[in-house]
Design a protein around this ligand. Structure first.
Ligand SMILES: [Zn+2]
Length: 231
């Protein structure tokens, strides 16, 4: 009965409009539902004043992150490094003394990286291959020296300057600038970072982001623009 009463006399123009509406609807649904990947990285830890709280926030939100640790901090707080690793986060190197690598000799750069790598190996038994330079300062010598001992340098694509900004600014900068494949630089230290983090995770998740460690992100072919040398 329904079919009988249905008007099948569509004009081509009408059909075109209907297909256009269906196409626009489907592409909108696709754009908003497609899964996006992002990696949160934390520099400068471990730190007894903030690492336990940070780990709790990440655990509560079921997020795995990447910790770029400083060797001299690891030496002081090996139990915190074990805790980071035990909870499933990636551990990577942020040098031993947090010095500006561009001012150092080749052997000093090697020492900054290898001392930290060996210490991590002794404490949690894993090999690290990614490092990030303090202050983002690097040159060709830094990249080549690191490469000569099996390291690749990682930078970031989103930096809310959480070492000096209040929590609402940190939140705003991260959620506004995050894209599929983004690598976010945060610090394992500032209280404002800890304050902003749960809201950042909640907002990004609501927007379809999935949280991966940096190695997981790279294995998916994403985030490669922040890793040197490029190959
Ligand atoms: Zn740093």
């Amino acid at each position: 009965m329904l079919l009988k009463n249905f008007n099948w006399n569509f004009k081509p123009q009408k059909l075109k409009t209907i297909f256009l509406i269906i196409f626009l609807f489907c592409s909108t649904v696709f754009l908003f539902s497609a899964e996006k990947d992002i990696s949160l990285t934390f520099h400068d830890g471990p730190n007894p004043n903030s690492t336990p709280q940070l780990l709790k926030i990440l655990d509560d939100a079921n997020v795995k992150a990447t910790f770029f640790v400083v060797g001299k901090m690891v030496k002081k707080y090996p139990e915190l490094l074990k805790e980071i690793y035990k909870r499933g986060h990636q551990v990577a190197v942020h040098t031993y003394n947090h010095r500006n690598l561009t001012t150092l000799s080749t052997s000093e750069i090697l020492s900054e990286l290898l001392r930290t790598k060996i210490l991590i190996k002794q404490i949690i038994g894993i090999d690290t291959y990614l490092f990030t330079p303090p202050g983002g300062r690097y040159n060709e010598k830094v990249i080549e020296t690191a490469m000569s001992c099996g390291f690749r340098m990682a930078l970031w694509s989103v930096f809310p300057e959480d070492h000096r900004n209040p929590s609402p600014i940190i939140y705003e900068k991260v959620v506004t600038n995050s894209r599929d494949g983004s690598v976010v630089l945060l610090h394992n230290g500032p209280p404002d970072t800890l304050d902003a983090l749960p809201k950042i995770i909640e907002k990004l998740r609501a927007r379809g982001f999935k949280f991966s460690t940096l190695s997981q992100l790279l294995a998916q072919g994403k985030g490669k623009h922040i890793v040197y040398p490029r190959n």
